[in-house]
Design a protein around this ligand. Structure first.
Ligand code: IPD
Length: 262
């Protein structure tokens, strides 16, 4: 476990340093993916290539799932889940909140997670059953916060269809909570929850690479992370908060369960 964590930390630091050195300006050419708002910069691709190369140099045969390159098969029961830049739109606009996210999954269970936020000089890490840390500091999420006083982070996917429904979810949540934050990086939202900077996080329509590493940081800080109505967290829905607040927010979100649309 420690070996996985150290390797993930080293690789996330190296990718973050490369990205800091080569940060783009808005004049850089970008390509679009699933929709005109879903962008990929040349540096997303370069960061993922670097991470894949370093992982395979250290652990040939491991599998890798990356946002830009998809699934790379292998014989190993170890899979690395990589978001080379989470918060690509922030990155493109020169905003500080973007991150390199690397999770290590063994037999389908995330055992180590690292989120590097280079501009802020913050490296979050977690090991299953051992805890979550920011630098050397152990992280504990906020507890005992009632829904009406909760600061809730959320995010929005890129398709128009997703956004239409996400707007409806915001409309249901906003009148019930202290306020909502949309920071632009799911990985940082979940790490912020672990650090007590927000109280809860939810997103409808998210990707595995966005929450794999930071989800472990959040749960190792004491938070609960799951989907709706007893289902595990999945690309359909991610809800995260300390027990108590989790259930209160769940009651607001459950009527908007995407399974009901199926
Ligand atoms: C996005 C961010 C954003 C979330 C989107 C993700 P990307 O990831 O995490 O906060 O709301 O759903 O797609 O595209 O910047 O890697």
């Amino acid at each position: 476990m420690t070996d996985f964590l150290r390797l993930a930390e080293d690789i996330a630091r190296e990718a973050g340093d490369m990205l800091l050195a080569k940060r783009p300006t808005m004049s850089e050419e970008v390509e679009t993916k699933s929709s005109p708002t879903d962008v990929v910069t040349a540096l997303d691709t370069a960061s993922e290539a670097l991470i894949r190369e370093r992982v395979l140099a250290a652990r040939p045969g491991d599998r890798i799932l990356g946002e830009e390159g998809g699934e790379q098969p292998g014989e190993s029961d170890v899979r690395w889940i990589v978001d080379p830049i989470d918060g690509t739109v922030n990155f493109l606009y020169g905003l500080p909140d973007w991150a390199v996210s690397i999770a290590v999954e063994v037999n389908g269970r995330v055992v180590a997670g690292v989120v590097n936020v280079p501009v802020r000089g913050e490296l979050y890490s977690a090991a299953l059953g051992e805890g979550a840390w920011l630098g050397g500091e152990r992280l504990r999420c906020n507890t005992g916060v009632p829904l009406a006083q909760a600061l809730v982070a959320t995010g929005f996917g890129y398709s128009v269809a997703k956004r239409t429904v996400q707007g409806q979810v915001v409309a249901a949540v906003l009148p019930r909570v202290r306020d909502i934050r949309r920071g632009g990086s799911c990985a940082i939202d979940l790490c912020s929850l672990a650090a007590g900077r927000v109280d809860a996080y939810y997103e409808r329509g998210i990707n595995a690479w966005d929450f794999a590493a930071a989800g472990l940081v959040a749960t190792e800080s004491g938070a609960r992370l799951a989907g709706l109505n007893g289902r595990p967290v999945s690309p359909d829905f991610a809800l995260c908060a300390a027990p108590g607040l989790f259930e209160e927010l769940h009651d607001v979100l459950a009527p908007l369960d995407p399974e009901r649309d199926a």
